[in-house]
Design a binder for this molecule. Structure first.
Ligand SMILES: Cc1ncc(COP(=O)(O)O)c(C=O)c1O
Length: 390
């Protein structure tokens, strides 16, 4: 039985997979079991911000697994404390709860908000059309996209959906039972949507005026992706709660929910947990990730690469009528087409480049921040030619 047949027999087919078995990754490249090499502009769906097998993370994990792999949160570990401190110092001085994925981080945020509002019977959370917050029942209920709700109803009660970027519509949803707002500072899965500049500040004001908690889902925008440590830092708007995952630990599974110290105690003992959350291996990888970003000046690099990508995409837009819009920040970029973009993905793959298509018409790339200038150009050349030939 080859690998594809083994999957057919033994793995639940809940993913659409390319008929390719990947066996090795290094930097911006992955190889399949036939020896084909791909330049990966969508490594790990955004988890491999530092490229495949970043040496600093590999080294930290190797060292850690030889010392202590897992102990539960009934004990202290040096690594988890240090990781939380490093994250807090780079963000808004919040406290961390660690888990293993973005959905879990958002579940923690939802629970914290509800426990904050419990005394006054406030439980409603406003989220936004086109959002994506994960697949667990709470996170998918928060995700205001009907296609992800099909066949799952009834959804978790208490989520109110507003159009992304529409402050007045958001304000109209606030009532006595509203406890908070959960929003991506840039929508990822929804099509790399950058909101109007005044939107996030407007949400902050709305929260302050009504005693609501403002939570930013930074699962995709966080940890250096946008050229700042966290996406909110470019906007001047500070959330009360922030959720992280994807790039948080250099490709090792990890998630975190950070809350301002005054709200953190609402997640009190016995009310929430994750057995593997903040385990020493993830923590060691997370620390190494933050150190590598700092030591190699990768926030600046994200900005620089991002500008080059946007320039290349804009050049293409000026020459090619198929391109409707180009947008993004740092190494989180989208090229919206006037036509269905699904075909772009296999065409790029056939030419050795991995990209993603989201929301039907948006070619999305979340390339590693470690790309060389030559790799940026190589990938852009392929992508631009493929789009031109569509
Ligand atoms: C903004 C955002 N939030 C949450 C999630 C869910 O993360 P996970 O798949 O790790 O549960 C994603 C995944 O794409 C995401 O982009």
């Amino acid at each position: 039985m080859n690998t594809l047949e083994t999957f057919d027999h033994y793995v639940i087919a809940n993913y659409k997979r390319f008929p390719v078995t990947l066996v090795r990754g290094e930097g911006a490249y992955v190889w399949d079991d036939r020896g084909n090499r791909y330049l990966d502009f969508f490594p790990g769906w955004g988890c491999n911000l530092l490229g495949h097998c970043p040496p600093a993370v590999v080294e930290a994990v190797r060292k850690q697994v030889g010392e202590l792999i897992h102990v539960p949160n009934s004990w202290y570990t040096v690594q988890q404390g240090q990781w939380a401190k490093m994250l807090s110092e780079r963000a808004f001085g919040g406290k961390c709860f660690f888990c293993n994925s973005g959905a879990e981080a958002n579940e923690a945020a939802i629970k914290l908000m509800r426990m904050y509002g419990a005394e006054k019977k406030r439980y409603k959370i406003i989220t936004f059309e086109g959002s994506f917050h994960g697949r667990t029942m709470g996170a998918v209920s928060a995700t205001a996209q009907p296609k992800y709700h099909e066949g799952l109803g009834p959804m978790l009660a208490g989520f109110m959906y507003a159009p992304y970027g529409d402050l007045e519509a958001t304000r109209a949803l606030v009532d006595d039972e509203t406890v908070g707002i959960l929003v991506e500072p840039i929508q990822g899965e929804g099509g790399v949507n950058v909101p109007p500049p005044e939107f996030l500040q407007g949400l902050r004001d709305l929260c302050d005026q009504n005693g609501l908690l403002l939570a930013f889902d930074e699962v995709q925008t966080g940890c250096g992706r946008t050229g700042d440590w966290f996406g909110y830092q470019n906007t001047g708007v500070v959330p009360d709660i922030m959720t992280l995952a994807k790039a948080l630990a250099g490709g090792i599974a990890a998630g975190a929910m950070m809350a301002k110290p005054e709200y953190a105690p609402f997640l009190r003992p016995g009310m929430h947990a994750a057995t593997f959350g903040g385990n020493p291996v993830a923590a060691a990888a997370g620390i190494a990730t933050l150190e590598m970003i700092e030591n190699e000046n990768l926030l600046e690099r994200a900005k620089k690469i991002g500008e080059r990508f946007l320039l290349r995409f804009q050049e293409l837009k000026s020459r090619c009528d198929l391109v409707k819009d180009v947008r993004g920040r740092g190494v989180m970029l989208g090229m919206e087409l006037h036509v269905d973009g699904a075909d772009v993905v296999p065409r790029c793959m056939n030419r050795g480049l991995l990209v993603n298509c989201t929301h039907g018409t948006v070619i999305r790339i979340l390339p590693p921040v470690t790309l060389t200038d030559a790799e940026v150009e190589e990938g852009c050349d392929i992508l631009c030619e493929v789009v031109k030939d569509m």
